[in-house]
Design a protein around this ligand. Structure first.
Ligand code: SAH
Length: 227
């Protein structure tokens, strides 16, 4: 049994989902070279082969859930495109020991991927109904190393800082100062930045200075201020 799958109900849906999921992830790995890297981290691809994306998308057919597309999840928000989840997660360079801050839990899909690749995930979501649904899904899947809170990601999560990795899945106009401050030395922060035109950025903290690298053009929902 795959680690993140619910028990099969015997309908054959799980088998079909697995086939579609493997096809999707293999296609991404074959077609694309990761941004700023020479190779895919095989652990990232393995995690994405395991996590059942369709179980985070209520009311979608398996066919839709395993297309390489972003998709509405309610409240004007979207689940990220699988390619983007793969590229961002790969860019984080996770070894399994990290404490990760995620901003923008959304439906919790990327949270589940991160949870199988790092030690602890602290995830913040601004919209309460999305956070509640994500919390339920992750609990149903038996994911235990995720701490989820409703809150504004601009402030980070100071009680648990510093973080080895920070990943943001909504776009602020510029790098939020609090997030930069909550990144540990040698830590990696991956996030889209910009209004209208957005770039995915990777920042690495070296001697308290952030070294920045532009990974590519992206399109995310804006990172909203709560006040
Ligand atoms: N990774 C998620 C992406 C969801 S879209 C997924 O694949 O499902 C981006 C999410 O960021 C939305 O759920 C939105 O509500 C949330 N968001 C926007 N601004 C935020 C902020 N300031 N703090 C926390 N979450 C925010």
């Amino acid at each position: 049994m795959e680690r993140n799958e619910r028990t099969s109900d015997g309908s054959g849906e799980d088998t079909q989902a697995t086939v579609l999921r493997l096809r999707l992830i293999d296609g991404i790995a074959r077609r694309l070279r990761p941004w700023g890297e020479h190779a895919w981290d095989e652990r990232v691809l393995e995690a994405m082969r395991r996590v059942p994306r369709h179980e985070f998308m209520t009311g979608s057919t398996l066919d839709v859930a395993y297309r390489d597309e972003a998709c509405p999840i309610g409240h004007g928000q979207t689940i990220s495109q699988p390619t983007i989840v793969a590229l961002m997660t790969n860019a984080l360079r996770l070894s399994g020991r990290e404490r990760v801050l995620e901003i923008g839990t959304g439906c919790g899909y990327q949270t589940a991927v991160l949870a199988s690749l790092a030690a602890e995930i602290y995830s913040l979501e601004l919209l309460e109904p999305l956070a509640t649904r994500a919390r339920l899904r992750l609990a149903e899947m038996g994911v235990k190393n995720v701490y989820l809170r409703v809150g504004d990601g601009y402030g980070g999560w100071p009680e648990h800082a510093p973080f080895d990795r920070i990943v943001v899945t909504a776009a602020p106009p510029e790098l939020p100062a609090e997030l930069a401050a909550q990144l540990a030395e040698n830590g990696v922060l991956v996030m889209p930045v910009g209004e209208g035109e957005q770039s995915l950025m990777r920042f690495v903290k070296k001697d308290q200075v952030l070294v920045r690298e532009e990974l590519g053009a992206v399109r995310f929902v804006p990172m909203v201020r709560s006040r």
